[in-house]
Design a protein around this ligand. Structure first.
Ligand code: GDP
Ligand code: IMO
Ligand code: MG
Length: 427
């Protein structure tokens, strides 16, 4: 059954955009199933670099239909500016489909995201400020606005009223801000309806029919396993389920249809925003990883926190996602280190722990237990097969594979589409 999920195995920014784009040429549909424009997915094709936030990375492959599933939150103004940007560069975006059940990020959700973070002060999550959390909160609270609501003015007005009833009280009385005018919001949202209309579809039906016809469907996750609202480092997480199960709920496809789950895994670790990160480095090695790896956020431009590879996290990702494969990215960034430490377990309150602790307090205390692997100095960016890699790089990959619990089926040795070593075919 040709349905694949491709997701982040760490804290996001593992290289999902590149991996999706690589497969995009061979698949019929690429589907985003959660998150929104908090994501920043970079795709490099030849000398062209694209930064995608809301649109599935498959949009750059002409034969592929990009789909925004019901589990995604959509900011229409961001959507249009992303579409305009691609159209100006000659990319055809006319095939895009958007679920009528996807929720809309309204201007007040963006406001609430920003004021809440400010209010939290040093306890802040470090969100992207794009309104993601408040929009999912409205969805769960049953006061969300869906894409389909833009086509019924009376329903839309009632729903905006319901949502703003409580929010305006909070904004004015708690945060000392001005109330948001209902009619202005309704007018702005209605202004998006016509341009959005050609894309709106019953994506659940489309995708299930495609699967019945043996079409190949790729589900592209945003964020990563450790940012998952249920399985991540709560509360320092995003407000959706990037893990594999999210593909089923966020696209309306049953778990029996999913044939392969690919975890994108960086050869070291990064994180943006607040929250625990056991292998984080505060020395020149961390600085070097940031510099060589270009570790700066695609969405917010924030420096990413950097650290060594953490096998405990990789094993956890294998477990909660049922990973069948890993795509190891950015191996080239590690070229030049004489020795490379890899975290194989944690020490928590004097005890060695092999698996990710479920307790938040324990995870905050976790100290990495390192094993050191020999590095390599040869340029690996031209490697086309596993045997082209220097022996120590091969051994590094094999060691990670053994520790992480699923086969490494591809290796990224550079940002470009063709800077990839394919070991086992994904299709
Ligand atoms: P995503 O959010 O998972 O799609 O990842 P980002 O695009 O936020 O960050 C990954 C960065 O690494 C981007 O700048 C990519 O172009 C780059 N990248 C992806 N794979 C590789 C690789 O194998 N080697 C190198 N050097 N860069 C890569
Ligand atoms: P991609 O898809 C890395 C982080 C934010 C913050 C937390 C919550 O490019 O891998 P949110 O705005 O989602 O409520 O913020 O999640 N975060 C990401 N970190 N990559 C991402 O996306 C992220 N999307 C959100 O920094 O810590
Ligand atoms: Mg990113």
């Amino acid at each position: 059954m040709p349905a694949l999920v491709l997701l982040g195995a760490q804290w996001g920014d593992e290289g999902k955009g590149k991996a999706t784009d690589l497969l995009g040429g061979s698949v019929d549909y690429v589907v985003r199933y959660q998150g929104g424009n908090n994501a920043g997915h970079t795709v490099v094709v030849g000398d062209q670099k694209y930064a995608l936030h809301l649109l599935p990375s498959g949009i750059l492959s002409p034969g592929c239909t990009p789909v925004i599933g019901n589990g995604v939150v959509v900011d229409p103004s961001v959507l249009f500016s992303e579409l305009n940007g691609l159209n100006e560069r000659g990319v055809d975006t006319s095939k895009l489909l958007i679920s009528g059940n996807a929720h809309i990020i309204t201007p007040y959700n963006v406001t609430v995201d920003k004021v809440t973070e400010r209010f939290l002060g040093k306890r802040k999550i470090g969100t992207t400020g794009r309104g993601i959390g408040p929009t999912y909160a409205d969805k769960i609270n049953r006061v969300g606005i869906r894409v389909q609501d833009l086509y019924d003015e009376s329903i839309l007005t009632q729903k905006v009223e319901a949502a703003l009833d409580v929010k305006n009280q909070i904004l004015t009385k708690l945060y000392n801000r001005r109330a948001i005018a209902i009619d202005q919001v309704v007018e702005e949202l209605l202004g998006y309806a016509d341009r959005l209309a050609p894309y709106v579809a019953d994506t659940v039906l489309v995708l299930n029919q495609a699967l019945e016809q043996e079409k190949v469907v790729l589900f592209e996750g945003g964020q990563g396993t450790l940012l998952d609202i249920d399985h991540g480092t709560y509360p320092f997480v995003t407000s959706s389920n990037p893990t594999a199960g999210g593909a089923c709920t966020g696209a309306g496809v049953g778990p029996t249809k999913i044939s392969r789950v690919i975890g994108i895994l960086k050869a070291y670790t990064t994180r943006v925003g607040s929250g625990p990160f056991p292998t984080e480095l505060f020395d020149e090695d961390g600085e070097a990883l940031r510099r060589i790896g270009g570790e700066r956020g695609v969405t917010t431009g924030r420096d990413r926190r950097c650290g060594w590879f953490d096998a405990v996290i990789a094993r956890y990702a294998t477990r909660v996602n049922g990973l069948t494969d890993f795509f190891l990215t950015k191996l080239d960034v590690l070229t030049g280190w004489e020795e490379i430490p890899v975290c194989v377990a944690y020490e928590i309150d004097g005890k060695r722990v092999e698996e990710l602790p479920y307790s938040q307090s324990d995870f905050h205390h976790a100290k990495p237990v390192y094993e050191t692997l020999p590095g390599w100095s040869e340029d690996i960016t031209k490697a086309k097969s596993f045997s082209d890699l220097p022996k120590n790089a091969q051994n590094y990959v094999k060691a990670l594979e053994e520790m992480s619990g699923a086969p490494i089926s591809a290796i990224g040795v550079g940002p470009g589409r063709d800077e990839t070593i394919e070991i086992n075919s994904f299709l």
